[in-house]
Design a binder for this molecule. Structure first.
Ligand SMILES: Nc1ncnc2c1ncn2[C@@H]1O[C@H](COP(=O)(O)OP(=O)(O)O)[C@@H](O)[C@H]1O
Ligand SMILES: [Mg+2]
Length: 253
């Protein structure tokens, strides 16, 4: 099967600092990949390259086997890649419904979006909130500022689902969330995978990663040091040791 995304021999320099050193990284269809590594390992840099927020110094990206030219976040969106940052790009004073469609109408949506009425937008929003698994009924007219951190992540994920992103990238989505909210985000991610989307999941907390991912990749100081770690066949301690360099990965890069 062709990989959904394949990044090959990626190098990234910030002046003298080499943030990524010959990193190759792939994501398969309907797969959640956990990207782990200590602070400064290069995780955010790698996914920013994939989401068009940063250019590479060298290396290639392939989407469904075709070489991709990603120079901006809107290029990435056209390739079906949606990134949800820690403080996701929602406009807090606007409603959930408005945020779901914000700025996307001319990019990918069908032509009638321009004339889409509020009722229809609210209806789509209600349906999406149900799909990501928000259990309590939140009116789509609610401003984002009234939502909890976990609910905001859910809206961001709902947006990615609606625009049929093939790949949803989550960089530290559970930071600053409480226990229940975190469980909610993990559930949204599982729902996204179960409906055929792939995810890259970056989180500080390895316990969260273990609960949700199909495969773990580890970066250390800009290099990939492990790939294909199956969370069902390894322990959290072992992965921690690979992250810190106490242990060389048996199936490493
Ligand atoms: N915009 C930037 N300018 C200069 N150095 C950067 C920039 N972004 C990241 N770096 C450096 O690149 C390395 C990797 O950072 P990052 O990808 O943010 O790591 P992680 O997300 O794994 O914590 C670090 O040494 C960091 O200081
Ligand atoms: Mg980071």
């Amino acid at each position: 099967m062709t990989d959904l995304v394949r990044m090959e021999h990626i190098n990234k320099f910030f002046g003298q600092v080499q943030a990524l050193n010959d990193v190759s990284f792939n994501v398969r269809e309907s797969e959640i990949v956990g990207l782990l590594g200590d602070n400064g390992a290069g995780k955010s840099t790698l996914i920013k390259i994939l989401s068009g927020a940063l250019p590479t110094s060298s290396g290639d990206i392939f989407i469904k086997g075709q070489k991709a030219d990603i120079r901006s976040t809107s290029d990435a969106i056209k390739y079906g890649i949606e990134t949800i940052y820690q403080d996701s790009a929602l406009v807090t004073q606007l409603s959930i419904a408005r945020n779901l469609f914000l700025g996307r109408e001319p990019l990918k949506g069908p032509k009638f979006f321009g004339r889409m009425n509020q009722d229809m937008m609210n209806e789509v929003a209600r349906d999406l909130l149900r799909k990501v698994g928000i259990s309590k009924p939140i009116p789509p007219t609610t401003p984002i500022s009234a939502l909890s951190g976990g609910e905001r992540q859910a809206v961001a994920i709902a947006r990615a689902l609606h625009f049929e992103s093939d790949l949803i990238i989550l960089d530290e989505p559970t930071n600053n969330l409480g226990v229940e909210e975190t469980q909610g985000v993990l559930r949204f991610v599982r729902n996204a995978r179960d409906s055929g989307h792939s995810c890259i999941f970056i989180a500080h907390n390895i316990y969260h990663v273990f609960q949700v991912v199909d495969r773990i990749v580890v970066l250390r100081r800009g290099k990939k040091v492990a790939d294909d770690i199956d969370p069902k066949k390894t322990t959290i301690e072992e992965v921690e040791h690979i992250i810190t360099g106490m242990l060389e990965a048996p199936n490493g890069a």
